[in-house]
Design a protein around this ligand. Sequence first.
Ligand code: UTP
Length: 408
Amino acid sequence: MNVEQIKEKLKAIHQEQLLTYYDELDEEQKTQLLSQIEGTDFSVLSHIGEKNDTADNAQITPIKALTLPEIKEQEASIKNTGVQAIRSGKLGAVLLAGGMGTRLGSDSPKGMYDIGITKPVFIFQRLIENLLDVVKETETCIHLFIMTSDKNHEMTTAFLEEKEYFGYDKNFIHFFQQDMAPATDYEGKIYLEEKGKLASSPNGNGGWLTSMRNAGLLEFVHKEGIEWLNVFAVDNVLQRIADPLFLGAAIESGCTVGAKVVRKNDPDEKVGVMCLKNGHPSIMEYYDLTPELRDTLDENGERVYNFGVILNYLIEVKNAEQVMNQALPVHVVEKKIPYLDENGILVKPEKPNGYKFETLILDLIELMDQCLPFEVEREKEFAPIKNKTGVDSVESAPALLKKNGYTL
Ligand code: UTP
């Protein structure tokens, strides 16, 4: 499209502000801006102001979790199943590292954050070392797929190369990039982050499987005979990855998804809990948990909606591929978005100033058949780093690591 056609297009969707500085750009910048506009999916903007599809009309019922005592009872069998599956090359791991980590407020990818005290301990290092424990135990190297985004790909790949992948065999590490979505102000006008560049942000963690496919990695997964993918977040420095017990339990259960869960700290803790929504595994947001649901007890007098997810899933590739072309809901999220002000000066806001558009992995889970919530000990497996201070932070997570015997 030439500039006149782009002008027409933008006028029709009330986004003419994107060409404010067009005449100031050199030829290369002009071409880049026009092609960015052409490649942008503006349809996400229609979701602004939409009512969130909550549990309104859905039928919510409990889902049975495999609890710690039950796992203990079956330990020998599920461990053996898990270890055998890993040794047969049936498991791959997917690290979701495309997020911006805006709450942490670092300009670098979150995985590069150093949580060490007496020595450097990077978040990526902690995760890779956790995975290496299983590699050593099973004497099998596990393919690790790392999702990055346009915003952090170069830095992530350069960092891991410089650190020699923290001892991981680099032939078993595969990067792929997720897609981007535009970012807007509260009126739905897309911001500019440079005079010749639209503000954009990674489009959420829901598209990891289609992004793997687009990068040709699903073919690789099939070629290698990988049947399960352990998908996990970058920020939980305590989680066990490629956990043989979890894999064995998922395989033996006949489920097509497994979700590591922790018992809630208290009934009103603000975490998403596992349930069945219209018979499908689902994660209910804390604000949808009515007092009636919250206080529903099972035959042993225990709360049934009491298991929060920690973003560590086992996903059967075959079942996920069957549903991956279904559209996921687009979530409109308030975030801090750097933008050019009316004087063309870049502003990095202190508070949220607009919307980003994301699809989420939890909506993919809902499309799948049967899920096994698998309980893990919170103190041993859940130390997320979301914030600089306070809850789930650079202060709380190292304290939990130390409690678990790690030297920082
Ligand atoms: P979060 O929900 O914590 O989002 O991501 P975030 O963008 O990293 O952080 P904030 O909200 O801006 O502070 C949970 C996991 O999903 C990944 C993150 O990297 C993290 O592992 N993620 C998130 C992606 O891979 N891509 C995305 O677009 C968003």
